[in-house]
Design a protein around this ligand. Structure first.
Ligand code: NAD
Ligand code: IPM
Ligand code: MN
Length: 385
């Protein structure tokens, strides 16, 4: 039996609703693991492998974001970061909400999220956007444009304008109030994210597009220079460069031209939300954030959706798929991850849809119900005794 500590950070808004579903799916997928592995490896050793390969999770639920602010007055309590650091992987729902929108910066839920990303050192954020055939009709794009899209945004997550200094509020020469931020990247920060992206591209279709604003920004000029230099180490990967404004347009014009995209923190934030709409809904897009060592952070790319929170309307599949990424990228448990992905596809095949991905002819259900359907589809993969 393998046992992992997973920190759960439900957060705010729909966060707790979608994490509850993903937690149950993780548990069930793990509990079935021994059986399938044993069958794959050797039918004869089926019985003795059974328990040995079962995955057990020890979940620890901790506060972050607005709920942490309300409970203890800070958006990332020390105990939350310590627990996360001491675990094998971290699953996060979402943070934020109207209630805290006017808080000072250090008391914003979003600050807690940036602090945990920095605290865990998870600089590489993988955001896959694949259009499932079942959801082509949920996309706002024409079928022939959306069909078959399968791309990966590799977003730098712990640098750039989100963290650059100087930043703050002040006054200019005319004594006018100003707010300012700094986009800054060092060679080592660019190199390490570029290497991750080249490796990711190598395992996919071997095409990497680096997105920047090198026609205007010095940080982007250095970015382009370093990515170009590193390309010589990856001769099997075809590198191209694109300005971010053009990339935003090309993603809608002809998304299939992209395989792997590597970009900075803020461009990656924006382009991944854009890419999510190719797939039908932001409620479908998972992410994995990985560092050099230590636990990874796994979260849907969407936010706390305060407009639908508490109404059982949220699509939990982005978080369920983030749990699959947790298994695959965080724990190296590929077969359990596959189980979850298969169950999600099967749930869609059976016609169940939350409101965000609903189209005529499908069955509209809530967050809890689609979660139950995913569980059934995980369970149905249990090999017959
Ligand atoms: P959002 O992603 O929360 O919501 C945008 C729209 O998408 C809303 O209409 C929402 O209902 C819908 N949506 C999002 N997730 C959905 C899901 N799983 N199922 C169905 N519909 C879904 O973005 P926003 O409204 O700009 O931000 C709301 C709050 O979330 C803000 O406080 C923001 O800072 C925060 N936020 C947090 C994260 C995070 O925790 N990683 C990410 C983005 C935004
Ligand atoms: C995301 C979110 C966050 C970001 C916010 C809430 C800080 O938009 O995870 O995409 O900008 O990184
Ligand atoms: Mn975002």
């Amino acid at each position: 039996e393998r046992s992992y500590c997973v920190t759960l950070l439900p957060g705010d808004g729909i966060g707790p609703e979608v994490v509850a579903v993903a937690k149950d799916v993780l548990s069930l997928a793990g509990s079935l693991e021994g059986k399938s592995l044993s069958l794959k490896i050797d039918l004869l050793s089926c019985v003795c492998l059974n328990d040995k390969f079962r995955i057990k999770f020890q979940f620890k639920e901790m506060p972050i974001g607005g709920s942490a602010l309300d409970a203890v007055g800070v958006p990332l309590p020390d105990e939350t970061l310590d627990t996360a650091k001491g675990s094998d992987a971290v699953l996060l729902g979402a943070i934020g909400g109207y209630k805290w929108d006017n808080n000072e910066k250090h008391l914003k839920p979003e600050t807690g999220l940036l602090q945990i990303r920095a605290g865990l050192g998870v600089f590489a954020n993988l955001r896959p956007a694949a259009v499932l055939p079942q959801l082509v009709d949920a996309s706002t794009l024409k079928k022939e444009v959306a069909e078959g899209v399968d791309l990966m945004v590799v977003r730098e997550l712990t640098g750039g304008i989100y963290f650059g200094k100087p930043r703050g509020f002040g006054t200019n020469d005319n004594n006018e109030d100003i707010g300012f931020n700094t986009e800054v990247y060092s060679v080592s920060e660019i190199d390490r994210i570029a290497r991750v992206a080249f490796e990711v591209a190598r395992k996919r279709n071997g095409k990497l597009c680096s997105v920047d604003k090198a026609n205007v920004l010095e940080a982007s000029m250095l970015w382009r220079k370093r990515v170009t230099i590193l390309a010589s180490e990856y001769p099997d990967v075809e590198l191209s460069h694109m300005y971010v404004d053009n990339a935003a347009m090309q993603l809608i014009r002809d998304p299939k031209q992209f395989d792997t995209i590597v970009t900075n923190n803020i461009f990656g934030d924006i382009l991944s939300d854009e890419a999510s709409m190719l797939t039908g809904s932001i409620g479908m897009l998972p992410s994995a954030s990985i560092g050099e060592s230590g636990p990874g952070l796994f979260e849907p790319i969407h936010g706390s959706a305060p407009d639908i929170a508490g109404q059982d309307k949220a699509n939990p599949l982005a978080t369920v798929l983030s749990a699959a990424m947790l298994l695959k990228y965080g724990l190296g448990e590929e077969s359990a991850a596959k189980r979850i992905e298969t169950a999600v596809i099967e749930t869609l095949n059976r016609g169940f849809r939350t409101g965000d991905i609903f189209s005529s002819g499908t069955t509209l259900v809530g967050c809890k119900r689609i979660g139950e359907e995913v569980l059934k589809c995980v369970d149905s993969q249990k090999p017959a005794a």
